[in-house]
Design a protein around this ligand. Structure first.
Ligand code: AMP
Ligand code: GLY
Length: 430
């Protein structure tokens, strides 16, 4: 074995990365703040450490003699872990702190798009003064979205006309202590994600995925980190056509060109509007849950991509199985507002039968695996159609039982997929 890969992060996304690397010709070590039993079972070593502490990460990387690193979550990127690994002589597939601002600073992200004239940027303004932001809401002709400029784990955004009234948005601004806010035009349409592997100026894209951020069925309730997601057997999703997917890819390409020297994953969150795809946000990493849709159907060896990136070579073209995927997260009862930890997880990799099981935040005790207060685990069905993939994911959850857990059973069902199509048809006036 010539390569030793250090994986940073311990969630469902990182479990999917670990599984993608497990069959590759490399030794795999992992470092995360929480011990993920799924990753630990695939890795040659697992260290629990503070992943936002660059020194702790580089010390472990040196100890295991890592030749490559891949950073899963955004927080270590924001803390400069990729920079520190680079300084320590370990190539990190993940952007440096400055480039990660495309995710970690939403004000920077919008100004960057504006300055480089990148397509799909909504109308926006940035504020440091809450009263000026409130006046802007009063005077703006249309609905706005309020976004704290910094990272909030996907939970800081308030959409006027959807989640909140203008008065509630203003109260939120006045009550919160965010020092910078972005207010931007509300985009109306269907959301989708396209993740690209990027290095040496190359971008290699993956199939579109639709995540479900709202906590409850029918897209009700507060925003979460993501309750589940689906992808189709083709690059696009049922509510879009190939040209719309390619428009999103063009936006990613323009962004990579403007970023210069970016390496890692560039994740585009798009809103397909009646006028085509617009950018909701960029992330500097794989999506969670979206990585669990994408990596299981990727036939190209992820290690080959990482090695080519480090060697300054052109990235391999990506091949995908023509299969649909449906991912459903099981979260603790009461999540995200009043999560109750401590339920025993009845599903195991063996009992998941045809579905894939990815652990997220769980606690391993002597007599089994228990939930914490964050998302617990995800199951993924892979099949010829979204409907069949959904049935596989549901069957695995139902057979094990979900006591103490909550699942959005509606994700990937024919009704929900059809309602997305209907929504786009309505917006397009068809
Ligand atoms: P973010 O933290 O930027 O991912 O935003 C969280 C969620 O807020 C997104 O997934 C969207 O559902 C919603 N959102 C963010 N920006 C906009 C926008 N400009 N228009 C409509 N919805 C938005
Ligand atoms: N699925 C949303 C995210 O990873 O940010």
């Amino acid at each position: 074995m010539t390569e030793t890969v250090l994986l940073i992060g311990g969630g469902g996304r990182e479990h999917a990365i670990a599984r993608a690397l497990a069959d590759s010709d490399c030794a795999l070590y992992a470092a995360a703040g929480n011990r993920n039993p799924g990753i630990a079972s695939l890795a040659d070593g697992f260290e629990t450490l503070e992943t936002t502490n660059p020194e702790a990460v580089t010390t472990y990387a040196n100890k295991v003699e890592a030749t490559l690193a891949i950073v899963g979550p955004e927080a270590p990127l924001e803390a400069g872990v990729a920079d520190a690994l680079g300084d320590a002589g370990v190539y990190a597939f993940g952007p440096q702190q400055a480039e990660a601002r495309i995710e970690t600073d939403k004000g920077f992200q919008r100004r960057f798009m504006d300055r480089h004239d990148i397509a799909g940027c909504p109308d926006f303004e940035e504020f440091t003064d809450s009263e000026a932001a409130c006046t802007y809401i009063d005077e703006y002709d249309g609905d706005l979205v309020v976004k704290p400029a910094g990272l909030t784990g996907g939970k800081g955004v308030r959409v006027i006309g959807d989640q909140v009234t203008p008065a509630e948005a203003k109260a939120y601004i006045r009550d919160s202590d965010h020092d910078r806010l972005v207010l931007e035009e509300r985009l109306v349409g269907e959301e989708f994600t396209v993740q690209a592997l990027v290095a040496n100026g190359d971008i290699r894209v993956t199939p579109a995925v639709q995540d479900h951020k709202r906590a409850y069925e029918g897209d009700e309730g507060p925003n979460t980190g993501g309750m589940g997601s689906y992808s189709d057997a083709s690059l696009e999703l049922p509510f879009m056509d190939r040209d719309e997917y390619l428009e999103a890819v063009d936006i990613l390409q323009e962004t990579v060109d403007a970023l210069e020297g970016y390496k890692g994953v560039l994740y585009g969150q798009f809103m397909l509007t009646a006028d085509g795809p617009k950018v909701v946000e960029f992330n500097a990493r794989f999506g969670d849950p979206e990585a669990m849709n994408t990596l299981p159907v990727m036939e190209t060896d992820l290690l080959d991509v990482l090695v080519a990136a480090r060697e300054n070579e052109s990235l391999p073209q990506l091949q995908f199985q023509p299969q649909a995927t449906v991912c459903k997260y099981a979260v603790p009862d009461g999540y995200p507002t009043d999560p109750e930890a401590g339920a025993k997880v009845q599903l195991s990799p063996k009992s998941a039968s045809d579905a894939l099981l990815y652990y997220a935040s769980v606690e391993e005790r002597e007599d089994g695996i228990y939930t914490t207060t964050s998302r617990s685990f995800a199951v993924v069905g892979v099949a010829d159609s979204i409907t069949d993939a959904e049935a596989i994911a549901t069957e695995a959850l139902e057979s094990a039982g979900t006591e103490g857990l909550r699942v959005r059973w509606d994700i990937g069902t024919p009704d929900l997929v059809q309602s997305r199509l209907g929504h786009m048809d309505e917006l397009r006036g068809e």
